[in-house]
Design a protein around this ligand. Structure first.
Ligand code: Y43
Ligand code: MG
Length: 216
């Protein structure tokens, strides 16, 4: 049995504004009192894990310890079948560092998504016109308590990497991800629709079943 949230304040342990918006919207119906890592001025831990679970736990425990409160972290990424699952757990690293060959002192975080998405498209094009464009978003949500307890919930959504980017809503790779069974990208579908079908929503449904089982 995992430990349950008991009404104390919950830290949303992310420095990504897009994720914070989505997690806040998902939590809204449950009356959880939330504060973000940014509002508390918490540092951003280095993501040294090699799996979504490891990184989500690392971020949740770091925030819970620093704040003295339970903390919810999200580690997520896009895995492209024809690229052997890349960029996967390294999605943020690729976009922030490796692909832009560090101009010293320049902070790429949260910017130049068009370049990052273009890099994936370039790698796919190298494989020829009939390349398999299937891909998957994964999301692991981890809750950690200052005393060391933890809970983990994993979600995913299958889809297609679509080019060129379409839509202006959402964040990150949303403009190139078309979920299975739809024709529009996450960036065209917007928050309400994404909330019902995303990798984050899938993980969150498992969190709700475990943490708030009595909610209708
Ligand atoms: O729904 C999504 N829609 C579009 N893109 C997404 C999504 N979910 C994850 N992604 C991409 C963005 C980021 O490049 C990477 C996550 O990296 P990840 O380390 O988990 O997050 P992050 O560094 O941006 O924020 P933080 O660690 O503070 O939560 O995957
Ligand atoms: Mg990160």
């Amino acid at each position: 049995m995992t430990r349950k949230l008991d009404g104390s304040k919950l830290v949303i342990a992310t420095h990504n504004a897009g994720k914070l918006r989505e997690i806040s919207a998902l939590l809204a119906p449950f009356g959880v009192d939330c504060v973000s890592a940014g509002e508390l001025g918490l540092p951003e831990p280095e993501e040294t894990g090699t799996t979504f679970v490891e990184n989500a736990l690392l971020k949740a425990h770091a925030a819970a310890k620093a704040a003295g409160l339970p903390a919810l972290a999200d580690d997520s990424g896009l895995s492209v079948t024809a690229l052997g699952g890349r960029p996967g757990v390294y999605t943020a690293d690729w976009t922030e560092r490796q692909w832009f060959e560090a101009e010293p002192g320049k902070d790429y975080k949260g910017r130049d998504w068009y370049l990052a998405m273009g890099k994936v498209e370039g790698l796919l094009c190298e494989k020829g016109p009939d390349v398999d464009r299937s891909c998957r978003f994964s999301c692991t949500l981890a809750i950690a308590w200052p005393e060391g307890d933890e809970a983990v919930y994993e979600g995913r959504v299958d889809g297609t990497f679509s080019w060129p980017p379409r839509g202006t809503m959402g964040f990150g790779y949303d403009p190139v991800f078309v979920p299975q069974g739809r024709n529009q990208t996450f960036a065209e579908l917007g928050l309400e629709e994404k909330k019902s079908m995303s990798h984050r929503a899938d993980a969150f449904a498992k969190l709700v079943a475990d943490q708030f089982p009595d909610t209708p």
